[in-house]
Design a protein around this ligand. Structure first.
Ligand code: FAD
Length: 325
């Protein structure tokens, strides 16, 4: 059995879980693909994932109401042992990396961490991951029968539903250790902007927007009417114009939105590796030879200072006078 551990928050499963299912299917290996949902009041999440997998396992109890790495590792270890799972896939989020290492210790398993590709080659699980500040792509092989794999978010395309009747969720009973850390409060980011990983449209800005004010006016200004997430190149993040959480690329986030709009981004290979699987890429750059034009579907050669305001104007006009109205 391959177990995919489903990350979720506030009753909604994270998009990353769909990528884990794609990875689990690609690996092949024997047995069904089972989704594991841990938490309190998670029946809705179990229903959301059911059309995509062979089995849904649900551990729903008070001890799992709050994320705790020790408890998570104990819960998944118990289930993996009972079901004789040979491969456990986890999102390499901050928390995923935290508890997957503990899980690997508990299962005496190899840990393939933060990988960007994974495949079974004649019974051996092989994977690739970035190392040395993402300058080197390392190939690694698991040498144990049970393997824990944490997958870099956004790297694998979202899985499609299986087509058969959705799997019936099965409840699992657990014996869990007491928690050693209590969460005493949570301060939420005030932004209500959609997260990069979940967005269907991403507008990203590069050094070509000039400065932080230019970024706000041109990139955020274009993202807002489109309901899009905001991304940035590393040059922009290094300059302090935008936070690291918005960086797209090899050392930032990997995204696969339906539409990716690159504003004043040259298209360095390290940026492309974070967005080149987007379904439709639009690039705006004044240099007709910029590498971004080699990967885009639609390219506009021009100054962002004139092209972007014209686009924003067109979007506003289309809203006021929708086609066919
Ligand atoms: C180990 C390593 C990891 C890295 N990881 C990442 C990463 O995760 N993400 C990332 O993005 N980069 C990463 N980089 C950096 C990457 O190599 C590039 O330096 C960076 O992506 C360049 O950002 P940029 O396109 O914004 O800037 P530039 O390369 O300076 O490009 C700016 C572009 O804007 C255009 N332009 C300028 N003015 C205008 C205007 N008025 N109108 C229209 N176009 C204009 C220019 O023609 C140019 O093409 C990494 C580098 C290394 C070595």
């Amino acid at each position: 059995m391959r177990i995919v551990v489903v990350a979720h928050a506030e009753g909604r499963m994270s998009q990353s879980a769909f990528g884990l299912i794609t990875a689990a299917r690609q690996i092949g290996r024997s047995g069904p693909v089972a989704a594991l949902v841990l938490g309190r009041g998670v029946a809705g999440v179990a229903q959301q994932i059911a059309p995509y997998v062979d089995q849904v396992l649900v551990a729903d109890c008070e001890e799992l109401a709050q994320y705790d790495p020790q408890v998570w590792a104990a819960a998944v270890a118990q289930i993996a042992r009972e079901r004789q799972a040979h491969t456990i896939l986890v999102t390499a989020s901050r928390s995923g990396r935290e508890w997957s290492a503990r899980l690997a210790v508990r299962l005496d398993a190899a840990l393939l961490e933060d990988v960007v590709s994974v495949a079974d080659q004649q019974g051996s699980l092989m994977a690739e991951r970035y190392t040395c500040l993402a300058r080197v792509t390392e190939r690694i092989e698991a040498l144990s029968p049970v393997v824990v794999v944490s997958i870099k978010p956004g790297v694998f395309a979202a899985a499609e539903p299986m087509g058969a009747a959705p799997a019936e969720p099965r409840t699992v009973e657990l014996v869990l250790p007491p928690t050693r850390v209590r969460v005493t409060g949570k301060l939420r980011d005030a932004t209500d902007r959609i997260a990069l990983a979940d967005a269907e449209v991403v507008v990203s800005g590069g050094r070509g927007v000039g400065d932080a004010a230019g970024f706000e006016r041109l990139v955020v200004g274009l993202a807002d009417p489109l309901g899009a997430a905001v991304g940035a190149s590393r040059a922009v993040v290094d300059a302090g114009w935008r936070p690291y959480s918005e960086q797209v690329g090899q050392t930032g986030k990997t995204v696969q939105p339906k539409v990716y709009i690159a504003v004043g981004i040259s298209g360095a290979v390290q940026h492309l590796s974070g967005m080149n699987k987007s379904r439709l890429i639009v690039a705006i750059n004044k240099d007709a030879d910029a590498p971004i034009f080699r990967v885009c579907d639609f390219g506009i050669v021009g100054n962002v200072e004139s092209v972007v305001p014209a686009l924003i104007e067109q979007i506003a006009a289309a809203r006021l006078h929708p086609a066919g109205a």
